[in-house]
Design a protein. Structure first.
Length: 755
């Protein structure tokens, strides 16, 4: 294993600074004369405001302004990101007296201190004309919309007609699975510092989508593009929550302009549950038919997924389930259910987490009916080509993941019958398995590199550091392609002053940025060779740049000839050399770069002109359940992933470990609770919204196959961050069944579920 460069297990380039608390996150920057804003949340499910009393709030010492729909600027609409816009949702609060969901911001106080702002916010009084609302998919009041008809750019996934084949199959499963709504709860709060400088707006905020934030502000406030800059050097956790502009950012910018001073707005933890997106509640009907040997004859995956009244948040999990096994026939379709909440969005493994809980539970149920080992059933039905398009996979190592995981876990020692594995004290032990897959996407990206005579390199590219370690992945590629150690590399990412900062999500980050960095590095080596010729080094004339290498501050040829970069610049009488390249995928339209520059979503994949690409994983889980107080505890997990070439081993393994923790939370504890009488999310804190803690996380083992997928890209790296938790909840649920004999089809699985 290399010590530096691609695949190395080098320490994170910013790891030391982070553990010392040195990095400044977005809203850590407080310009002179900064004042503070505090939002006020609606306490009703849906209503029209009939009166707003702000007098007491305005009398609080230090209060500069209290904004409501009556005195807030009239803003231009920013469209929902999945309707061709840049916003987390199309509805912008405080523009009219209507309240569309509980927790919506109805007022904003601005004061000299955060304490004064919060006190003022607590004194705002609203009177409402309340209206009927619905917050549960299973209750009356929701409006169903067929996704493929309402949003034809998100079609069904269909191959043939599976229903008659399943009906005629000798063995089949027909079951419905449910997953609760969930919230991200990152350590860093939603917070913004907005300041106006000479007619322009500068926003400091942790975001996954600086370009979308910039263009959203341009549209909402009617500003020229060159008058808005968004800076997001680090994010203290995002996980899909910060993938577009949220209302609080726009409100902070308006407040700063109105009071004539920089404004810091931090959304309280309780209000984060309503101020931005969340994972939608879902329902999945899975039907699978098989012959008596276990070969699938057809599959059906019908989804009902929550959305808001004003946006249609697409659900596309069937894009992956339709391609996980070699279905002779398959149909995947979604019905959206409009409810009175804010618009749902992405949360780690956004569609696939719940989809694979359902699919992999159903596969396990089928294995039980067949009296067949669940690993062997999955291997038997592995897809050889894409069932939907008929195209080949760019690479596919799911069977290797299953086989290697089974070997590491000791799967051959598993007893097949439920409740057949127990400890001496009566504790029930269960072993479960599940497969997972996630689409391999590429987004538009541009890399710019400047190399100085002293060997320093400046590199800018469209990316965001969310804690996932993308700086380390970028540094690994730079070390490999330019021979520059991390200490000599200056990275600029997450800042709209440099190339378009397209949303970093969907496990696209490292896979996307590696392509333009490699291309720009090749162009830089070509430029250096040309400069060497200009300085009299004729041996570099006409050299193929792919045959050159940069190491130790020198440009090398295969013949052994080399010259120092300093001598190249001195001979050519220049101080630096520049290179720029764009990263594209096969079939990516040039319009994708225009979309990215406008802050719009421009994902490409998993289907490409000649192939289909996914990352894969196999999870093996041990759970233990006390038979008297049946709380399931995960005691061991072994997961093996195929994510193409590994760029930064340390960060990739960290992503996998984190994904397993997310799987434990999704399976056993996490749910955003609603009460149909009041609306909103009631357990809106991290005491009652239960995320896994140290005591919940025991032995976790991860392994990366590290097999480059060179059909997917020149570098061969695919995404790891999302696939890490795809299937994990399913493996845990399957282990619980093996331990207890009770099949659970609803997430999360709690004590009361197993009583």
């Amino acid at each position: 294993m290399a010590d530096i460069g691609i695949g190395a297990n080098a320490q994170r380039v910013d790891g030391r600074e982070k553990v010392m608390g040195k990095p400044l996150y977005g809203a850590d920057r407080l310009p002179a004369r900064t004042v503070f804003a505090a939002p006020v949340a609606a306490t009703v499910g849906r209503a029209r405001i009939t009166a707003l009393d702000t007098a007491a709030a305005e009398r609080v010492k230090g209060v500069l302004a209290v904004f409501t729909y009556r005195n807030m600027d009239r803003l231009k609409k920013v469209d929902f990101s999945f309707a061709g816009g840049q916003a987390i949702q199309s509805h912008l609060p405080m523009q009219a007296p209507e309240v569309l969901y509980r927790g919506e911001c109805i007022a904003l106080s601005v004061a000299e201190t955060p304490e004064a702002a919060r006190e003022a916010a607590s004194l705002v009084r609203a009177t409402y004309d309340e209206q009927p609302f619905a917050v549960e998919m299973t209750a009356a009041g929701g409006t169903e919309v067929v996704q493929a008809k309402a949003t034809p750019w998100f079609p069904d996934f269909v191959k043939g007609d599976p229903v008659p084949l399943i009906d005629a199959a000798p063995v089949s499963v027909d079951a419905v699975y449910y997953s609760a709504a969930q919230h991200h709860n990152p350590m860093e709060m939603l917070s913004t510092v907005a300041e106006w400088r000479e007619g322009g707006l500068v926003v400091h905020e942790g975001t996954q989508a600086a370009q979308a934030m910039k263009m959203g502000l341009v549209i909402a406030l009617g500003l020229p593009e060159d008058k808005v800059r968004v800076i997001s050097p680090y994010i203290g956790g995002a996980f899909g929550q910060r993938g577009a502009i949220s209302p609080h950012t726009i409100l902070a910018a308006v407040a700063a302009r109105r009071v004539g001073r920089p404004v810091k707005l931090t959304v309280p933890r309780a209000q984060i549950f309503h101020a931005t997106s969340f994972r939608a509640a879902t329902e999945h009907r899975i039907r699978i038919g098989a012959d008596r040997d276990g070969r699938f004859v057809g599959g059906l995956h019908l989804v009902r997924s929550q959305t808001s009244r004003f946006d249609l948040m697409p659900y596309t999990g069937e894009e992956t389930t339709s391609r996980t096994y070699g279905w002779p026939a398959f149909r995947g379709a979604t019905t959206l259910v409009q409810l009175d909440t804010q618009t749902p969005g992405f949360m780690r493994a956004p569609m696939e987490m719940a989809s694979f809980f359902a699919l992999e539970s159903a596969v396990d149920e089928l294995a039980e009916k067949l009296a067949m080992d669940p690993v062997e059933l999955r291997i038997l039905n592995d897809a050889k080509t894409d069932p939907i398009s008929g195209k080949p996979f760019s690479s596919r190592n799911l069977v290797r993941c299953l086989q290697r995981g089974a070997e590491r876990f000791g799967w051959s020692q598993r007893k097949r019958a439920p409740r057949s594995m127990q400890l001496s004290d009566g504790t029930l032990v269960g072993w479960g398995v599940a497969a997972g897959a996630y689409p391999a996407y590429i987004t538009p990206a541009i890399a710019r590199i400047r190399m100085h005579a002293d060997g320093r390199v400046e590199l800018s590219v469209g990316a965001h550091e969310m804690g996932q370690g993308i700086r380390s992945a970028i540094a690994a590629v730079a070390e490999e392609e330019l021979g520059v150690p991390a200490g000599r590399l200056r990275l600029l990412i997450g800042d709209t002053i440099v190339p378009p900062q397209h949303v970093t999500s969907g496990a696209t980050g490292a896979a996307t940025v590696s392509i333009p960095i490699a291309k720009a590095s090749l162009r830089l080596r070509q430029t250096l060779a040309e400069l060497a010729v200009k300085g009299g080094r004729t041996v570099f004339a006409g050299v193929d740049p792919t045959m050159t290498r940069l190491r130790g501050g020198r440009l090398h040829l295969p013949s052994g000839e080399s010259v120092s970069v300093a001598d190249i610049f001195a001979g050519a009488r220049v101080h630096h050399a520049d290179a720029e390249a764009s990263g594209t995928a096969p079939g990516m339209s040039p319009d994708s770069f225009k979309q990215a520059a406008l802050g719009k979503v421009a994902f490409f994949g998993p289907e490409f002109p000649t192939h289909v690409s996914f990352s894969y994983i196999a999870h093996f889980v041990e759970v233990r359940v006390d038979p008297l107080v049946p709380r399931a505890r995960v005691t061991r997990m072994v997961s093996v992933a195929d994510c193409g070439r590994v760029l930064s081993r340390r960060t990739a393994e960290s992503q996998l470990l984190g994904g397993l923790v997310w799987g434990i939370g999704s399976a056993l504890s996490e749910a955003s609770e609603v009460d149909p009488r009041f609306g909103g999310f009631l357990n809106n804190n991290i005491a009652e919204y239960q995320i896994p803690v140290n005591a919940d996380v025991r032995s976790l083992e991860v392994e990366l196959l590290d097999t480059p997928d060179l059909m997917f890209s020149e570098i061969g790296a695919k995404g790891v961050g999302e696939v890490a938790c795809v299937g994990a909840a399913g493996a845990i649920a399957n282990a619980i069944y093996h331990a207890t004999g009770k099949r659970v089809r609803t997430l999360p699985v709690r004590i009361e579920t197993l009583l």
